[in-house]
Design a protein around this ligand. Structure first.
Ligand code: SAH
Length: 340
């Protein structure tokens, strides 16, 4: 069975034509799926019974079952969804004054091996399909009866290691006839797969690129993130500059502060030098200690000092609010310990 949510609007038109239907049916189906959020083909009442039957025989709507739902004291919700193939994934819903943000997973497990991340050390199963990425949004919207306004690809997985499906999902999320979330409200976070940063810059999607930088020297970054052995800081920043030039978008750098590791004034100074003159923003994340992890959270005092140093030297930096920590839903805490 094919998942009908794997198709963006253009691809769905082609698919329908290939099974002998008119292409405008694709827009009708899109509306049922993404605006009316129906869960069965039977509900698509402006399609003939015959077409509905044909769709039922050959396609699935890929509806997730909620295996587990945990609500944190700050209102953050972590979902564990059943993918119906023996796998499960985590998705996090965060509520901000400006609306709801969802943190979606792009893979089941992750190959990147970042030393501070809870997804590391758990076997990689597979990448998610586009349909499985967009269904995370629909399932949460249905469950909470809300409209999500921001999507961040910061759950489990490396989005740029699942490039085609992630880009295709972004097109569905962004399409006005689809989920209709503006590209500027969609962030893709990467550990730094440089060739695919160049590719993303060419896609003509105005999404925000977030780079997990976390260190200011190659030695330190390679210790924390093995991907740095493949693409070092210089190559990474060059790709970011290309992204900024091509998309006119500000790049966001994530920097998780670990005590006595990357949080001293020398690091802040180097960071200022590295990012000098770039159209960027730095998101400081108090690192979340993972089970048996060797990185501890920096003190609040250090985090504030670090931020102030950046801001005083022309780099816009903010400290990310820690949400969902009491249900292991905070940055880098998603893991497969609950998964079947
Ligand atoms: N693979 C992508 C997206 C997933 S991780 C990436 O690396 O960007 C989302 C963000 O959480 C990344 O910036 C990641 O470095 C950060 N992160 C991972 N583990 C963390 C931890 N223990 N504490 C704080 N942030 C963490």
């Amino acid at each position: 069975m094919k998942n009908i949510k794997d198709y963006d609007l253009e691809a769905l038109k082609e698919e329908l034509v290939s099974i002998g239907e008119k292409s405008y049916r694709a827009e009708q189906i899109f509306k049922w799926i993404y605006i009316d959020k129906v869960q069965t083909f039977d509900e698509m009442t402006n399609l003939s019974l015959e077409l509905r039957e044909k769709l039922k025989q050959n396609y699935t709507l890929g509806i997730f079952k909620i295996l587990k739902k945990q609500v944190a004291s700050d209102g953050t919700i972590k979902y564990l969804f059943d993918l119906l193939d023996g796998n499960a994934i985590e998705t996090v819903l965060m509520s901000y004054h400006h609306g709801f943000s969802i943190c979606v997973s792009s893979q089941i497990g992750c190959k990147m091996g970042c030393k501070f991340c809870a997804s590391t050390g758990i076997a990689f199963a597979r990448s998610l399909s586009s349909g499985e990425i967009v269904e995370q949004i629909l399932a949460v919207e249905r469950d909470e009866n809300i409209r999500i306004s921001n999507v961040v690809f910061m759950g489990i997985g490396e989005p740029l290691d699942n490039y085609e499906n992630v880009v295709n999902a972004i097109r569905i999320i962004n399409n006005q006839k689809g989920i209709n979330i503006g590209a500027r409200h969609i962030s893709v976070s990467t550990s730094g797969l440089v060739p695919n940063i160049y590719r993303l810059a060419e896609e003509n999607i105005q999404c925000t690129l977030s780079i997990s930088l976390h260190a200011t020297t190659d030695k330190k970054r390679s210790e924390m993130m093995p991907v740095n052995n493949l693409y070092n800081i210089e190559e990474l920043l060059k790709a970011c500059k290309d992204y900024i030039a091509k998309t006119n978008r500000r790049v966001s750098f994530e920097y998780a502060l670990a005590k006595d590791n990357n949080d001293n004034l020398e690091d802040a100074k180097r960071l200022v030098k590295l990012l000098h003159g770039m159209n960027c923003h730095v998101n400081l994340i108090p690192i979340n200690k993972i089970e048996n992890g060797k990185f501890d959270k920096s003190s609040n005092e250090n985090i504030i000092k670090f931020r102030d140093y950046l801001n005083d030297h022309g780099i816009v930096a903010t400290i990310r609010r820690e949400l969902g920590s009491d249900i292991d839903a905070a940055c880098g805490q998603l893991r497969r310990k609950n998964l079947k």
